[in-house]
Design a protein around this ligand. Structure first.
Ligand SMILES: NC(=O)c1ccc[n+]([C@@H]2O[C@H](COP(=O)([O-])OP(=O)(O)OC[C@H]3O[C@@H](n4cnc5c(N)ncnc54)[C@H](OP(=O)(O)O)[C@@H]3O)[C@@H](O)[C@H]2O)c1
Length: 403
């Protein structure tokens, strides 16, 4: 019997992280978590996870959370009825570089489940350290695609942990690269599927946060409503599988059972189907290329199913076309797209920007962006992002003043 894979889990308190722990808990013969990291917003959960899993190190990105984490350890130990003197605490790493340090911690696989482009530095660190990178943090690939490619030490080092990309990776096993005609990326359509642009003017954050098929973190949920999430996934697919943007098509498929498809040159289309459950991509990400038995329930083939596919309405949801143009232009434009979007989502949730204003602002930011050139370093990406955030805020301020 082979020994379990050692896993470093970044973003352990989030939606991806907690589901990854569920997989590990159910498969102790396959996986063992050696280190955990998160932002520091939920130290109670982080401490509980660390003591349950018996990890060697725990990191928090917010330096001021270190003391709270220590107290949370003692509270958790006491809740478990452990004697304070017997509690063996893991090493605590705190500060903005904590995730990068953890990404190089001993281990076989780093699962990057932090949210936002701050996931780029740990992504690069894990790759340079030679770890297999199970990548949920799509923003790092979007923001720093050229850097990520350069940091890889072997082909296949990144295993996608996104339902669409894990589907594409599985479908791509069916043929050779020259046989691929196009990738078909499916989208649930989010809570506003089928609405025209003029029907989206009054959308509230509460409505946008109610996703019909997936239970995800708040930023990702708003991104699903605007289709920015799908747009980032198109860039992610291009970066992961080296398929031109013109050969990546988004299809709306409301039930999210077909997670994506690959059309081959002979007219065959191979699809991957499973009920919406992120534990399947997470398990495959940790175990790749091997499957993990019972990671999630299969489709129930004893009942009737109807699968619907419709083309994306680019007028109501222009985010995908905008991202393709940004991806084709390169030169930090995907990073600008992503960073400006993070500002716009925050403004929308705070009630300072209307729903349609999110992608309209992105379009304006991209139209007015200077040429940043291809990024050679993380600092180049940060500079483009910083400009994008500032410019998005200026546009938002002006729209608030003008309202
Ligand atoms: N959820 C899904 O179904 C899904 C599907 C596909 C891909 N993804 C991708 O997976 C990533 C995570 O998504 P999610 O839904 O799991 O997000 P989430 O629920 O919001 O969780 C985010 C995690 O990141 C941590 N975090 C926040 N700020 C941090 C920082 N500065 N440094 C380090 N960690 C930080 C959070 O820790 P604290 O809150 O404890 O501070 C939390 O553990 C995203 O890139 C998303 O696009 C998610």
């Amino acid at each position: 019997m082979t020994s379990p894979r050692d896993v470093v889990l970044l973003g352990s308190t989030g939606s991806i992280g907690t589901q990854a722990i569920d997989i590990v808990r159910r498969n102790p013969d396959r996986f063992r978590v050696v280190a955990l990291g998160a932002g520091g917003g939920n130290v109670g959960l982080l401490a509980a996870q660390a003591l349950e899993l018996g990890v060697e190190a725990v990191g928090v990105a917010r330096a001021s959370a270190a003391q709270d984490l220590q107290l949370a350890f003692y509270a958790e130990a006491s809740r478990r009825g452990w004697d304070r003197g017997e509690v063996k605490l893991p090493k605590i790493i705190a500060g903005p570089d904590a995730m990068t340090e953890l990404a190089q911690w001993r281990g076989d696989v780093v699962l990057n489940g932090v949210v936002g482009s701050l996931g780029l530095a740990p992504t690069l660190a894990a790759l340079r350290a030679g770890r297999t990178l199970a990548l949920a943090n799509k923003e790092s690939l979007v923001a720093g695609g050229p850097l990520v490619r350069a940091a890889m030490t072997r082909p296949g080092q990144i295993v996608p942990v996104d339902s669409e990309h894990t589907a594409l990776a599985q479908c791509l096993r069916s043929g050779s690269r020259p046989e691929v005609r196009r990738l078909l990326v499916t989208a649930s359509g989010g809570p506003f599927r089928g609405r025209r642009r003029d029907e989206l003017t009054q959308v509230t954050p509460e409505q946008a946060l109610a996703h019909p098929t997936w239970n995800m973190g708040p930023v990702v949920t708003i991104n699903s409503a605007t289709m920015v999430n799908k747009a980032l996934e198109v860039i992610e697919a291009h970066e992961l599988f080296d398929v031109p943007y013109a050969d990546i098509t988004v299809l709306v498929h409301p039930t999210s059972v077909i997670h994506s498809m690959v059309e081959f040159v002979d007219g065959s289309t191979i699809a991957q189907a499973s009920p919406p459950d992120m534990r399947l991509p997470i398990a495959l990400g940790l175990g790749w290329p091997d499957r993990v038995a019972d990671a999630s329930p299969a489709v129930d083939w004893t009942t009737s199913h109807t699968w619907e596919f419709t083309p994306l309405d680019d007028e109501a949801f222009p985010a995908v076309a905008l991202a393709k143009a940004a991806g084709e232009a390169g030169c930090c434009r995907p990073a600008i797209y992503n960073a400006a979007n993070e500002e716009c989502v925050a403004a929308f949730v705070a009630g300072r920007l209307p729903f349609l204003g999110i992608v309209d602002t992105l379009e304006q930011v991209l139209a007015e962006a200077p040429d940043f050139g291809e990024p050679g370093t993380v600092e180049d990406v940060l500079a483009a992002e910083s400009w994008a955030r500032g410019h998005a805020q200026t546009i938002i301020e002006k729209s608030v003043e003008g309202a």
